[in-house]
Design a protein around this ligand. Sequence first.
Ligand code: FAQ
Length: 311
Amino acid sequence: ETDAFLAAFQARIDAEEKIEPNDPMPEGYRRTLVRQIGQHAHSEIVGMLPEGNWVTRAPSLRRKVALLAKVQDEGGHGLYLYAAAETLGVSREEMTEQLLDGRAKYSSIFNYPTQTWADIGAIGWLVDGAAIMNQIPLCRCSYGPYARAMIRVCKEESFHQRQGYEIMMTLAQGTEDQREMAQDALNRWWWPSLMMFGPSDKDSVNSDQSMKWKIKRFTNDELRQKFIDATVPQAEKIGLTVPDPDLTWNEAKGGYDHGPIDWSEFKRVLKGEGPMNRDRIRARQKAWDDGAWVREAARAHAAKRQPAALA
Ligand code: FAQ
């Protein structure tokens, strides 16, 4: 890749032009997008597991319908995202193999268990809330297919977030046991939700280049700060306490200061040692193995149609 080629590409990015699948692009740009969109797709699909676990135990028909719809949306998001990554010349099969053998990551957040019904509220409120904060700027990212996929995804995530917050609000106004259950879920999901935004800026190896290429529009710490500032008042409004004794409003910066994040926990989860890592990959492996006959049948069907189409 010559300097002139890289400069011409950067000029297109700086001019806010969208890069489309058949456009020339640096190999590093393509690789970064395959990595990020692939990780994002895997997160949506693996993210169906902790909540899917509660579909049969939702406390009412109304809650069950909403949860079922949310989990289906996540399956849909995974499919748009795999399709967006495929425009970069990688197949869904290759991406799935990378997930199963550990080469591709998925969000750390989905390696925690869902212990009570309140966890479903906390996931919608916090995890989808964090996802929206990160994904709204992705609607303006430089790669066309990814940016366009994010528009619909964000609309659906915003319904998911309200669904979760409403569960938390209902529990917080319920019996003492229900209120405690909501507080306990907030206590367990708060810190892992902050970790969703990725390592702090000084440790984020990919941020600088991704910001230059306008794949990322904000740094990890900037988005984490926006999330905290939006979420703390929501907790206060329903009478729950964010589990961070160091949380204080900083008038000068117009945002909250927060306590230290336990990055050793984040690293452990990324290494595969979170509470649910093994279960999640086992479930995806089983789904992949159980689906082998479908892939085989589809290939046989395509092969049979081929000569007919040529004739
Ligand atoms: N978990 O240099 P950076 C959802 C990795 S939302 C695991 O800062 P980057 C919706 C990172 O890949 C969740 N790994 O990396 C839903 C890199 O490793 P690598 C998914 C993480 O890419 C809600 C290394 O650490 N959303 O699913 C995490 O510039 C409810 C260094 O980090 C997205 O994927 C993490 N939390 O910034 C579904 C959004 N953070 O790949 C169901 C798109 C970092 O070099 C229920 N992705 N790593 O080996 C992004 O915006 C970015 O990729 C970041 C990370 C911000 C996640």
